[in-house]
Each structure stands twice: as C-alpha cells, then as structure tokens.
Design a protein around this ligand. Sequence first.
Ligand code: NAD
Length: 486
Amino acid sequence: MTSSIKPYWKNYIDGAWVDGAAGRLTVDNPGTGGVAAEVALADAGDVDRAVMAARRVHESGELSAMRPVLRGRMVRKIGDYLLAHIDEIALALTHEAGKPIWESKIEIEGAARYFEYYGNQAETVEGRSIPLGDGYFDFTTHEPRGVSAQIIPWNFPLEMIARGISAAFATGNTCVVKTPELTPLASTYFANAAEYAGFPAGALNIICGYGHEAGTALSAHPGVDHIVFTGSVGTGIRIATAAAQNVVPCVLELGGKSAAIVHNDADIDAFLNDVRWGIFFNAGQVCSAMSRVIAHESIHDELVERMTSVATSLSVGPGLDRLEVGANMGSMVSVSQRDRAAGLCETAISEGAKAATGGHKLNLPGAYLAPTVFADVAPDNTIAQEEVFGPVISVLKFREDAEAVKIANNSNFGLVGGVFTRDLDRATTAARQIKAGQVFVNEWYAGGVETPFGGYGKSGYGREKGREALWNYVQTKNIAIKLPSA
Ligand code: NAD
C-alpha cells in the first residue's frame, strides 16, 4: 500500500465535491514536521449552500418520512463503508493528526461502531400514550429537529463526526459538518460513505473552514435547527450564544480535568494499564483523559515510580511507522498545541511540581512532547486546574476518603472521574459524590457507545452516546384527540 495521500481535498456540498470560496488551507503533518495536504476552505456563502441543501432534503421528507428500519439500515451501511476502507482512511488520519496508524484504526473502528449502535436504535424511538380520561385519546410522537449543525474538534474528528451524524440520521435529520482546520482530511470519507449507503445529495454536507468564518456562519445560520459542538469552553460559549439568538437548542461537549482516586487496596497492576490508555493514548489529547491521579499517601511514591516506568516505556515517534498496537505514542496534533502543553509544564515546575519524567519537548521534527508524570502537585496548581490536552499526568496525595473526593471536585470541569478500590461501599460513595457525567470504577473508560456521556460544570451540557443522545435530535409532539361522544 502507498504511504502517500492525495495533495488536495475538496469540500462536499449538496452531493458534489467543490472548491472553497475562501481558497485553500495547508494541513501540516505533525508527525514529520512537513505538509500533509491542502484542503478547500469554505466561506459563509459555502456554508449557506450547505445549509440550504440540508434544509431542502429535510423538507422533502426523504429521510424523515422513511420507515425507521430502512433508515437504520442505511445508517449501518455508513459504518460498513468505513471499515471496508479502514487502511486508506487511517493513512489520511495519521498524516494529518500524527497518531500511530493503529490508533487511527481504533478511531475508525470506534466511528463505525456508532453507526452500528444508532442504526440499530432507529426503529426504537417510540412515543407513549397518556391517559386523559374518558373521551380522549392522547399520544406523543418524536419528530426530527431538521438540519443539525455539527462543529467538530481535531482530536478525534472521525469519532466525533460519527457520534453526531449517526444519531442525527437515525432519527431522520440532515447534517452540515464543519470539520476542524487541523484535521479535516479523513473526515471527507463520510461523504463517500453516505453516498454508498444511499443517502440523497444534500443529506450530509462536509465543509472545512476557519472557526471564525465558516464556524461562525454555521452556528448563526437561521436555517440550522440544532447545533452539536465539541471543543473548547471559549468556543462553546460563543456557539451557545449564537444558538440562543436563533432560539435553537445546542449540545456542548467541552473539556475536562478528570481525576482518578486510587485507594491503597486498588489493583495497582490494572490501574497502571489504565494510566497507559488514560493519558498516553492519542498523546493525551482526549477530553476524558485521566489527567489527575489522586493517590492515597501510603501508595503515592510507589505509584509515581511505576507510572514513570509506564511513561518511559513508550517509544515516541512518527505515527506512519507505527502499524501495530504497542508501547508507543505519536506526535501531538500541532506545534502550537505542543508548545502550549510544554508551557503548562514549565508553569507546573515553577509552581513547585516535580517532573518525575518528561515535562519537555522532544528533539524530533514535528510536534512531540515527552510522556510526562508530575508528582508533588497541589490541588490549586495551574497544572491541576487547566486542561493540558497532552500526555501529561499530575499526581496528588490524599489521606482521608472525603479529602480525595474534595480534591477531585476542585475543578471547574466535570466530564468524567474514576475510583480504584476493592471496597464497593467506598467506590459507590465516591461515585455518588464525584461531580462528573460519567464515573469509572476500577477501569478508566469503562462503558462505550451505549453509555451516556457529557459534562457537569464547564465540561458542557447535554448528553451524547447512549439512548440519551437520541433525544437531542428529536422534538416531542403531543397529539390529544377529543373523541366524538358515543
Ligand atoms: P476549538 O474550540 O478551538 O475548536 C473546535 C471547533 O470549533 C473547530 O472546528 C473550530 O474551527 C470551531 N470554531 C472555532 N471558533 C469558532 C467560532 N467562533 N464559531 C464556531 N465554530 C468555531 O477546540 P479544539 O481545540 O479543536 O478542541 C479541543 C477541545 O475540545 C478541548 O478542550 C477538548 O477537551 C474538547 N473536546 C471535548 C470532547 C467531548 O466530547 N467533551 C471531545 C473532544 C474534544
């Protein structure tokens, strides 16, 4: 198989591959320090055409009036297409994102899984009948919202698009997807997949453009009925404001600073495996990463030492060379993201944290940061408060159970949290007290597409994944019938 990708990638509007009215954008390859390709750059006019195409399909009833089982089968076929083209898509994703090929494949498999799950859910969205007493017959129905705007971050572009459009299509909506500037290439395969699955032209539109231009135009467009945004808090606030001005609902999936509480009766070997996946997978650029560990003081030093071994066991380098699952890690997504993370490491050291390993850039072309473990972190240190979005884990100490939960909750975010112990009472008490949308007991990332996901606090609102997400994409109508008197 060739290891190169095509040099120019177009946008997809109303069933056609098109240039962008704003020109082209160069997409870097952060794994090599070179260029990955160019992508078409949409302006507000392109966004308008995409929204109008999606509106036309919505209003035609082509998707919304279809028998749900048939729509569900089409949704599942999108996933089939992704899996059938996994090598090609993974190559594009690794070129633009720097992640190892095997991680790109995991992302594509994860994306395909959304289409399986929501394809299967399509025919389960049922209303209910509400008793109103003699002489009435009342029932509810769930109707698609219409045009769903999906604004996507760069860290898992394929999974994030899949998460939104699978549920949107399953419930009969149409979509306009604004891909991230840093990783827009592999996302274009969803257009091929939707064509293969039989979706009509205009049902799915995929455009890349600057956030301040195409993103702003999409979130403020009066033809959009619903917005799903995944990304940073600042942008989320802007998007929620735009949504409020058009009086349309939005879902915000924002950042995190999630903590694992580790008690001294925890299975430490299993926990170390979770550290490997929890903070070093995707070079730590995961919204629900395990970025803080709150360790019981009796095991703190042992944990720091063993977490350091996990970090130093990783071979860090170009994702294109890393085909098989292994103890390795790719680059971060861009030099500026890497430099931001390195800056937060410098701040951590200046505030008194100790780098047990890492805390610095790697001397490789591209965007590499050493896998990093910080010890002696205080709960209010910047490194314990700000999302690094890189391979950096901070270890804090606790003595009493209540203190551990207090430290875990000492954050503006509340995306996920974890507790590691063999004591089920202790685990369930902490699980109830942790302020987060998901709590993992004894396995970080326990759950899946089936389990609802979303934030407390500044991590956002609304839920994606699980059956909960279906309700984002529909509006409930109640129909009350006064029956003729007998
Ligand atoms: P970002 O907010 O900079 O950008 C996200 C998207 O918004 C991009 O497509 C961007 O072009 C667009 N955008 C930027 N400004 C805009 C504007 N004014 N109007 C409309 N759109 C605009 O975020 P990012 O740096 O790409 O992603 C990283 C962040 O995403 C992290 O904070 C991470 O935690 C979060 N994230 C959250 C989840 C989750 O499910 N909770 C998942 C992945 C990433």
